[in-house]
Design a protein around this ligand. Structure first.
Ligand code: ADP
Ligand code: MG
Length: 247
């Protein structure tokens, strides 16, 4: 299953979720490929990967064989990004099949889960991820302004589904940086459940200082602080996902 982890807003836990959901699935013996599709290369840096010619831009545009771009970390395969990636956005638009390059590259790979860490903003790379993906997971802060972001992303998914990838579905909304003591958090969760045609994961990710510390150590949160609340939240999320799809 190919899952795009996407929210057009920045700082909504996309990268943290890609890494730690991936790691939790790998711990359950699933084969996992992470793709860093953000030119800020946060996922790559967070896993201690030094920029090199092994990156997704080279695979898509210079046709480096995909298996030569793979780096291994914590039982996962990873295709890193580097900061040149945004330079390719124009090429995607100019090429008739530009949006489908990613799909062509990863569509036939044999992994249980491919997780794509999407860039913030409504970029061409995001559309490429939606063309390649089966499902979209939306990590979201529980505040009112983030609801606007949810509207936006649902609109983009609908457009891609109608025009480019009819099988695309929203997997669910994941609450991140959740503080259960806040009344607003509960209200927003309930509001989404009542008013939006999307699943909200039963598990959500609490705000946890260890989650913010892990990237500077170049390892996942599950590796850095396995007993932390954030780590156990991601394990619970992986279990919920596996239960839904009985993979
Ligand atoms: N559960 C959490 N608790 C505390 N800080 C978090 C948590 N998840 C992510 N962060 C921190 O919040 C910031 C944004 O997260 P990140 O995953 O990079 O978001 P995005 O990829 O959507 O921009 C990062 O500094 C990250 O370390
Ligand atoms: Mg990110």
């Amino acid at each position: 299953m190919i899952i795009a982890i996407c929210n057009h807003k920045g700082g909504t836990g996309k990268t943290t979720t890609t890494i730690n959901l991936g790691r939790a699935l790998a711990l359950r013996k699933k084969s996992v490929l992470l793709i860093d599709l953000d030119s800020q290369a946060n996922l790559s840096y967070s896993l201690g990967i030094i920029p090199s010619e092994k990156n997704i831009g080279e695979v898509l545009f210079k046709k480096l064989p995909l298996d030569q771009a793979i780096v291994n970390r914590e039982g996962m395969d990873i295709i890193p990004a580097n900061t040149d990636l945004h330079e390719y956005e124009e090429s995607i638009i100019k090429n008739n099949y530009g949006y489908l390059l990613l799909k062509d590259a990863i569509g036939n790979l044999n992994y249980d889960f491919i997780l794509i860490d999407c860039p913030p903003s409504q970029s061409t790379l995001n559309i490429s991820a939606f063309c390649a993906a089966d499902k979209v997971l939306v990590p979201m802060l529980m505040d009112v302004l983030s609801l606007q972001g949810l509207n936006q992303i649902l609109k983009t998914i609908k457009e891609v589904k109608e025009n480019l990838n009819s099988k695309l579905e929203i997997l669910g909304v994941l609450g991140v940086l959740v503080d259960e003591r806040r009344q607003l958090t509960r209200e927003i969760l309930e509001h989404i459940q009542k008013n939006y045609p999307v699943t909200v994961f039963n598990n959500y990710i609490h705000a946890n200082v260890k989650a913010a510390e892990a990237p500077s150590h170049g390892v996942s949160l599950l590796e850095y602080a396995p007993a932390s609340r954030g780590a156990t939240d991601y394990i619970a999320l992986a279990n919920e996902l596996l239960k839904i799809y009985k993979n």
